[in-house]
Design a binder for this molecule. Structure first.
Ligand SMILES: [Zn+2]
Length: 450
């Protein structure tokens, strides 16, 4: 297996949490809907003559996501029809974006270098099929509540080098989407869905000079086949699927075969990928510009407005935490939960001297809250600190008194019964109403009995 290295690209879909659907006024809440097919209209049912009108908020949020992923934003963009036939697609085509996506040429930083973002585009989600028994017969039912929900797709270059790297990258994307507040990004409800393109290439024994050159070129040679694994609804499944494919494909390659270009699914129970269908190429989809939707023109003022209104991303929070002296590993951890990051920054602003205590407490108890709640936390720590009987000067007379009052226990301890220390600490704690530090008390007892 060491003969080959994986070449991995990802496709990430996220449903945008807009109030209404992508091209009509229907409510966008497929997961919250009480019954099937209640949020529908002629547009999202694909009835003849119905005209789609793009959702401006969804376009703005896609641009915002593109900015957060360091993408260039297209000033001219358009929607295209992508044709395929499946019962969950009422029109027989999906409105998507083909050659003019809203965002392109981005990147995000990972511990193993930059992962380039090819594009971020906007499309509509499909309906949902449900297999059920109706009057004793197996039937396939359809729910159009999800049909036409705005869906962004992020596509990466094949810059991901392992299953562990894939997981790190995906968590990072997930945190960015959550921080922007544009999607619930939930794998359980399916508002975030993952696909991996996996192939293997032989590791060439290169001289260090050649290695440096190929690193600059970034993609020395891509394999001439690609396996797409769909239906990955957790980060762990992505990791498992990549590990599984790595073994399966290397075995084929070892036999001198080229793995068949196909789409595979993840079988959760069998713990393996299974063939679904041969992979479509873009020609199969018969893309063409949607004649019902005029091309989009996005001016620089609109992009600037979105940039200014953009919530901070985890990377920005991390920089701010580092700037106020928070330790690197703690800053990394806090920045992944923007509510905790904001709470920490607010708390430290009130009392920089308590920085370490505040950070530890916030991380340990996963605290979040408003600015005034951050101030309250600072006040509480301050008054706790004041009331802690921690100095030896205060404790020595108390410990001394306890020792004198418990001659028998002390004698037992001196005779070698270490357990008695616990009893004596308990006595001191009850005298100080629990405000003494146990480690200080133990030290003092051991010192004073001798
Ligand atoms: Zn509708």
């Amino acid at each position: 297996m060491d003969k080959y290295e994986p070449v991995i690209g990802m496709e990430i879909h996220a449903e945008l949490a807009t109030v209404s659907k992508m091209f009509c006024g229907c409510k966008n809440d497929p997961f919250g809907a009480k019954r099937p097919n209640i949020y529908t209209c002629p547009v999202c049912l694909g009835l003849p003559g119905a005209l789609p009108v793009p959702n401006k908020k969804a376009i703005d949020w896609t641009i915002m996501l593109g900015l957060a992923l360091n993408c260039k934003i297209a000033q001219k963009s358009k929607f295209d029809r992508k044709h395929y036939f499946y019962p969950d697609l009422p029109k027989g085509y999906q409105i998507s974006q083909y050659d003019e996506p809203l965002c392109f040429d981005g990147w995000i930083e990972t511990t193993q270098g930059k992962v380039r973002i090819t594009r971020v585009h906007l499309e509509e989600d499909t309906g949902k099929l449900k297999h059920a028994k109706v009057a004793g017969k197996n039937k396939t039912l359809i729910d159009f509540n999800r049909s036409g929900v705005p869906l962004v797709e992020i596509v990466t270059e094949p810059d991901i080098a392992s299953s562990v790297h894939a997981k790190e990258f995906l968590k990072k994307i997930h945190n960015i989407i959550k921080a922007l507040g544009i999607s619930t990004a939930s794998m359980e409800t399916g508002s975030m869905r993952l696909e991996a393109n996996i192939s293997l290439r032989e590791i060439k024994q290169e001289s260090s000079v050649n290695k440096a050159i190929s690193k600059i070129e970034n993609n020395p040679k891509l394999p001439d086949y690609k396996i797409e694994v769909k239906n990955l609804n957790s980060f762990n499944f992505v990791k498992k699927a990549i590990d599984y494919e790595q073994v399966r494909q290397s075995e084929l390659l070892e036999k001198g075969k080229v793995p068949m270009q196909e789409t595979r699914g993840w079988d959760e129970k069998a713990n393996k990928t299974v063939a679904q269908r041969s992979k479509e190429t873009s020609e199969d989809y018969r893309y063409f510009p949607d004649p019902d939707i005029p091309p989009l023109e996005i001016d620089l003022a609109q992009i600037q407005k979105i940039r200014l209104a953009m919530p901070k991303t985890p990377d920005i929070y991390k920089q701010e935490l580092l700037k106020i002296g928070v330790r690197e590993d703690q800053a990394e951890l806090l920045s992944k939960n923007t509510k905790m990051a904001v709470f920490t920054i607010n708390a430290i602003k009130n009392e920089p001297k308590l920085k370490d205590m505040l950070v530890n407490k916030i991380i340990k108890e996963k605290l979040t809250g408003t600015a005034s709640e951050a101030l309250k936390l600072v006040e509480k720590i301050k008054s706790d600190k004041k009331s802690t009987v921690d100095s030896e000067d205060t404790l020595v007379p108390i410990v001394d008194k306890i020792i004198k009052q418990n001659k028998k226990a002390v004698a037992d301890y001196l005779a070698g019964n270490e357990n008695v220390v616990g009893f004596l600490v308990g006595q001191v704690m009850s005298k100080t109403k629990g405000k003494a530090k146990p480690s200080t008390v133990i030290g003092l007892i051991k010192k004073l009995v001798k």
